[in-house]
Design a protein around this ligand. Sequence first.
Ligand SMILES: NC(=O)c1ccc[n+]([C@@H]2O[C@H](COP(=O)([O-])OP(=O)(O)OC[C@H]3O[C@@H](n4cnc5c(N)ncnc54)[C@H](O)[C@@H]3O)[C@@H](O)[C@H]2O)c1
Length: 271
Amino acid sequence: MRLAGKVAIVTGVGQGIGHAILHRFVQEGACVVALEWDAQAGAQAVAELPAEQVRLIVGDASAQAVVEQAIACARESWGGLQVLVNNAVRYSEKSAIDTSDEDWASTLDSALTGTFRFCRAALPLMIAGGGGSIINLSSVNQRVANPRLAAYTAAKGGVRALSQQIAVEYGRQGIRCNSIAPAFIATPRTMKGVSQKDAAINDSCYPVGRVGQPIDVAHAALFLASDESTFVTGTDMLVDGGLTSLAASALLSTRIRGWWGLAPLDMKDFP
Ligand SMILES: NC(=O)c1ccc[n+]([C@@H]2O[C@H](COP(=O)([O-])OP(=O)(O)OC[C@H]3O[C@@H](n4cnc5c(N)ncnc54)[C@H](O)[C@@H]3O)[C@@H](O)[C@H]2O)c1
């Protein structure tokens, strides 16, 4: 019951990380406004949760009207707001040259502008209630880049910077604001079309020997939402199995692979 008495908003609860955060928060006693634009996925996500602890809103998390609806729902249902998790995102997997103005605008709108709008709307209610914790999903991609994620990577860098900004601006009013930077997390979206062999190669790239699961991120969010983290603000918390600490060249070395119990690289896998 680490979140007993707390009211939270979580965006993008239909699957993956947002789904895990919603369920973990409810298990720990929070009352949650759950936001999802896929009506069926949203209904399924809340179906087995206690009705008195959850309100589902179906809508676009980056739209100002939906943001206001979610804030009003928290206030009217439970009298305030202590935790906000900005998780929902729409992906554009394109290189810089291939990114159209529409790709750029829609990715920034969903990943960065929606996060900003939710923070702006939540802050007065949180401050009026004595403070709160804002948790924004960034990504390791704003520290180490992957090809074909130009708009996404830029947006996630903005999410990290915005989180620091809010932490500094409103810290004295009881607000903490952090971002979480996951590496590859196995969700229905990220695992789509991934063969067993590719999954094994992906696992072997991580110092802990596996990619992440949604629950790994949910546990980090739980810590940041709870009173156990009252001295933690303005940080970008890596939940990456050590990926960004690893020198990529180590993965190529037969000696280091041997240390980890991995077979030497089969160059046939790298055309
Ligand atoms: N999965 C990963 O490997 C990974 C890695 C780094 C960062 N992240 C970040 O974690 C967060 C969640 O990622 P995920 O992989 O679980 O995503 P996902 O695509 O699996 O799930 C996102 C959910 O949010 C919903 N959604 C998307 N846009 C929405 C909107 N505008 N309004 C309402 N609902 C919306 C989708 O319908 C879906 O149910 C994202 O911010 C993502 O950038 C994920």
